[in-house]
Design a protein around this ligand. Structure first.
Ligand code: RB5
Length: 150
């Protein structure tokens, strides 16, 4: 798969390690994050990454900031993006299987690198189950489109 990775100044070290880890899994990684520690704005990075997903240039995204929260808040404003902040593997797997999440977010200030690798592995190796879960994801999309009906 093609994976876009993005990070702000709070997650430079973790970004490099996770990029290498995803590549070691055989995926191609496109880095839209910052490579240095000067302060920058996470919405710029999250938006750049989500545009690539929206335009189908990549399959999935991984966004890392201090907490993962700013990245996820921004990503979820982009149409078609379902971003989840995770700090344990059950949610990282289920957000793909049940919610068809296309962006995984986490925080370098919150979790360690080994947990981060496990999250990424759970997320990238899981597949959307469809069926009743598709109906629910379709409802999320309809809210986005303004066509929601219970
Ligand atoms: C940067 O200091 C920090 O606010 C950012 O990385 C992130 O945690 C925001 O959600």
């Amino acid at each position: 798969m093609k994976i876009v990775i993005g990070n702000d100044h709070a997650a430079v070290d973790m970004k490099f390690k996770i990029k290498e880890y995803i590549e070691s899994m055989g995926h191609e990684v496109i880095n839209v994050g910052t490579d240095d520690y000067s302060s920058c704005d996470y919405p710029d990075i999250a938006y750049a990454a989500c545009e690539k997903i929206k335009n189908k240039e990549v399959d999935l995204g991984v966004l890392i900031c201090g907490t993962g929260v700013g990245m996820s808040l921004t990503a979820n404003k982009v149409k078609g993006i379902r971003a989840c902040v995770c700090s344990e593997t059950y949610s990282a797997r289920l957000c793909r299987e049940h919610n068809d999440a296309n962006v995984l977010c986490f925080g370098e200030r919150v979790i360690g690198i080994e947990t981060a690798k496990e999250l990424v592995s759970a997320f990238l190796n899981a597949t959307f189950e469809g069926g009743k879960h598709k109906n629910r994801v379709d409802k999320i999309l309809s809210i986005e489109e303004g066509t929601y009906k219970k």
